[in-house]
Design a protein around this ligand. Structure first.
Ligand code: HEC
Ligand code: HEC
Ligand code: HEC
Ligand code: HEC
Length: 229
């Protein structure tokens, strides 16, 4: 789905080694377990520390107000958001927890920039797996990716299922509203960064998706959960 597949990477070999993992088994050993990554110099051996830090002291200057004890430098990128003549819901520049994902996945903040380290660093990531590295320059264009930070408005867009009644995934009693953030679709709506709530596809990478897209029993299950097509 993401055509914005740009990575300028030096030394992503260690990250690439973690590309295979068991969907839903938790963050340990998953694609987001950087405890053994070559760039994880400050906190080698820690999983959580590259993203969350328990106390303020090591948070980069100006980042103290960010949610969830975030310990990474935030992106200063100016983003171009998705537009189309048929878009109904209100869309904004990435906010909420989408900003946290983009503090690695925008291709401009070096992965090393955590725990107070804000300069240097040579490892960059964008919306792509390390195994599909394509050299290029990040341009902040989110116009080619599924709308992010968009209000889920099933009144304005009758092609969307009712978010307060439509079941989301296999978890009993969970509806679309439960995975929205303040009524908005964010990265975490579709993905689980910690690889807990991830459904295994029939084949290929799980992409940390809460509902698989590649499943013969329910093809494009993720998309059809929200879109009445
Ligand atoms: C690669 C970055 C990353 C790593 C590593 C990471 N997290 Fe997170 N975490 C996030 C992001 C992004 C969010 C916000 C999105 C969400 O809630 O899914 C979050 C949310 C959370 C939350 C609040 C929401 C919830 O799920 O309850 C807790 C608690 C949390 N993380 C704990 C941890 C712990 C403990 C570890 C280590 C075992 C860890 N995280 C490792 C990125 C990370
Ligand atoms: C509406 C659901 C949805 C949202 C929202 C979403 N994604 Fe995705 N993402 C997907 C799907 C589906 C894939 C599977 C790969 C594909 O189809 O290309 C994917 C794949 C990815 C990949 C792997 C791409 C590759 O080919 O290597 C990354 C990284 C990623 N998403 C990050 C993000 C980030 C960061 C955000 C928020 C800025 C986000 N996604 C928001 C659905 C979503
Ligand atoms: C610490 C930086 C960092 C943060 C923060 C982060 N990611 Fe990632 N993510 C990575 C790296 C690096 C990879 C590639 C690892 C590899 O391919 O071995 C990756 C891979 C992925 C993939 C591909 C999964 C697969 O199966 O190949 C998805 C999807 C993804 N991230 C989504 C997210 C989302 C959504 C968030 C926020 C909720 C997020 N990431 C936050 C660094 C980060
Ligand atoms: C969590 C719910 C959710 C999921 C899952 C989801 N979408 Fe969406 N999608 C939305 C919302 C909300 C919009 C904005 C609709 C609007 O306001 O017009 C949107 C917009 C779109 C648009 C642009 C529509 C336009 O008028 O420009 C397309 C195309 C699309 N989605 C396809 C997909 C595909 C393909 C998947 C699966 C990979 C998917 N969506 C998964 C909620 C979702």
């Amino acid at each position: 789905m993401h055509i914005f597949r740009i990575v300028l990477a030096v030394g992503l070999t260690a990250a690439a080694a973690t590309a295979q993992y068991t969907p839903g088994a938790g963050i340990r050993g998953s694609v987001h377990d950087f405890s053994q990554a070559s760039w994880n110099i400050t906190k080698a051996g820690e999983i959580c520390g590259v993203c969350h830090i328990p106390h303020e002291k090591a948070r980069p200057a100006g980042q103290v107000g960010n949610p969830l004890l975030w310990g990474r430098s935030m992106s200063q990128q100016t983003f171009t958001v998705y537009t189309s003549p048929t878009l109904n819901g209100a869309i904004t520049t990435p906010d909420g927890t989408a900003k946290l994902c983009l503090s690695c996945h925008d291709g401009t903040v070096a992965l090393e920039h955590f725990n107070g380290q804000t300069t240097g660093g040579s490892t960059f990531m964008a919306m792509v797996r390390a195994s599909a590295v394509v050299p290029g320059l990040p341009n902040g264009d989110l116009g080619n990716t599924h709308p992010i930070s968009i209000t889920y408005d099933s009144v304005a867009d009758p092609g969307l299922w009712n978010p307060s009644t439509r079941q989301f995934g296999s978890t009993a009693g969970r509806v679309i509203n439960d995975v929205l953030e303040g009524g908005k679709v964010q990265c975490r709506t579709c993905h689980d960064v910690h690889n807990k709530d991830v459904e295994a596809p029939d084949s290929g990478p799980a992409y940390l998706l809460r509902v698989a897209v590649k499943k013969a029993a329910a093809p494009s299950g993720l998309c059809l959960t929200c879109h009445n097509k």
